[in-house]
Write a protein that binds this ligand. Structure first.
Ligand SMILES: [Zn+2]
Length: 223
């Protein structure tokens, strides 16, 4: 799953406007940000297998980032950083922790069984990746629904819906680009894939930070 993860961030932002958008956008992909780094370092492993139906990623070794205990640790880390480093209110910090964990839940829907329930034992995943059309519809549909909720919330706060529509639309475009652009092949394909993914996650988080910087319109009701 790729942009579908951002649906959790946008829904969380709609539910709790005090949470900075960049923290939620970074949180929903924190596990993949860590995964990109560990793949580049050669610690976690994948191979690209074009014979697979749908997504051609065989994510055969990622115990530190995508196991269930790993996901719980990353979620607690997100909560702790939000509360004690960024000094956000506890309710916001808990929401950020839950947004980190949403990554595992959505990956559980999409991935073929590659998510460890416990390091070394029992891989799970419902495997929607084997059915590319419903899987893409799920990702884009979740994102569109969450994006509409967030845009509606911004409208109610008189903060303007345009940026919300633009950001959500940009994420859909990113998904389509990831689908149609040619992928690296060869032995260093996993490294290139991880680099591209990390750049995408960081750019999207930076754009969310810019949206956070947008001043409220006059007479808006900031919470
Ligand atoms: Zn993931």
């Amino acid at each position: 799953m790729f942009v579908g993860h951002y649906s959790a961030a946008l829904a969380a932002k709609a539910a709790e406007p005090r949470a900075p958008l960049w923290t939620l956008v970074g949180a929903c992909q924190l596990m993949d940000i860590a995964w990109s780094g560990l793949v580049m370092a050669g610690v976690e492993k994948l191979r690209v297998d074009p014979s697979l139906p749908g997504s051609d990623l065989d994510l055969y070794y990622m115990p530190f980032t995508h196991s269930l205990p790993g996901a719980i640790c990353w979620s607690v880390l997100g909560l702790v950083l939000a509360r004690w480093l960024l000094k956000l209110p506890m309710r916001v910090a808990v929401l950020i922790g839950l947004t980190v964990f949403s990554h595992w839940v959505l990956d559980f829907l999409a991935h073929r069984p590659d998510l460890l329930l416990w390091p070394g034992d029992g891989k799970v995943g419902l495997g929607w990746w084997n059915y590319p059309v419903p899987e893409q519809a799920l990702e884009i549909g979740l994102l569109a629904l969450a994006g509409m909720w967030w845009a509606w919330r911004r409208g109610r706060e008189n903060r303007g819906v345009f940026l919300a529509v633009l950001f959500t639309g940009g994420l859909v475009a990113l998904q389509i680009a990831a689908m149609v652009l040619p992928k690296a092949t060869g032995s260093d394909a996993p490294f290139h894939f991880a680099v591209n993914a990390l750049v995408a996650y960081l750019v999207v988080t930076a754009l969310a930070w810019l949206i956070d910087r947008q001043p409220a319109k006059k007479g808006s009701r900031r919470r």
